[in-house]
Design a protein around this ligand. Structure first.
Ligand SMILES: Cc1cc2nc3c(=O)[nH]c(=O)nc-3n(C[C@H](O)[C@H](O)[C@H](O)COP(=O)(O)O)c2cc1C
Length: 195
């Protein structure tokens, strides 16, 4: 055994999604953010394309992000379909966090690795970010949806070619009790294929 399996399992099971509404205003320190991203880039990736790219929003940049998200939702949603709660969530989350990270994916110019596999690699990196958050006592929140992953977001972030944004990752010190998780029993999810 090279590491403590019980500690590793505890960390994995303890990882929780906590949204900005439940963060305190204590800033997430820059070295913590750097550690999160430094761990993200050690995720597996097919062909060593290392497709993860990050844009880190802090301070006033969070206000620009909030404004963009509100405007983009209204631009892309027919007026009769606008949900005030969704608009408020999109605009409000960047204002209730001290850091938001755009999770971007860069396509390899050679195009040898499929778009889907590049997304998988970024997702593996996001799990590393989540686990790093857990170790620091931070809640993380991977937020997706059309506004965060669409063409407008690509333009807002200045992404080129086939590069795109796979969502935002918020992190913050929780103002609430650490949430309990739930998963189905393993036996319901596994089929052992045996002779
Ligand atoms: C790819 C991906 C996208 C997600 N997008 C959202 C989202 O847009 N909104 C949201 O409330 N939660 C989102 N989540 C978080 C899930 O809601 C959360 O992981 C799930 O409820 C399980 O809770 P846990 O992470 O605390 O175990 C996303 C999770 C993943 C993996």
């Amino acid at each position: 055994m090279r590491y403590s399996i019980s500690e590793l399992t505890q960390l994995i099971k303890d990882r929780r999604t906590i949204a900005p509404n439940d963060y305190t205003d204590r800033p997430v320190e820059r070295d913590v953010i750097e550690r999160m991203l430094g761990n993200a880039i050690w995720a597996p990736n097919h062909g060593m394309t290392q497709p993860w790219r990050f844009q880190v929003f802090t301070g006033e940049a969070l206000q620009r992000l909030s404004q963009f998200m509100g405007e983009e939702y209204l631009r892309t949603t027919p007026p009769e379909k606008v949900l005030p709660r969704k608009l408020e969530n999109l605009k409000g989350r960047p204002l209730r966090t001290t850091v938001a990270i755009a999770l971007c994916m860069a396509r390899d110019p050679k195009g040898k690795i499929s778009d889907l596999e590049e997304q998988f690699a970024v997702a593996c990196g996001v799990q590393n970010m989540y686990l790093t958050c857990t170790a620091y006592g931070l809640g993380g929140f991977w937020s997706t949806g059309a506004v965060l992953t669409g063409e407008g977001m690509r333009r807002f972030l200045g992404l080129e070619g086939e590069d795109r944004c796979l969502g935002l990752f918020y992190a913050g010190y929780p103002a609430i009790e650490w949430p309990k998780g739930y998963r189905k029993p393993l036996a319901d999810l596994v089929k052992w294929v045996e002779p």
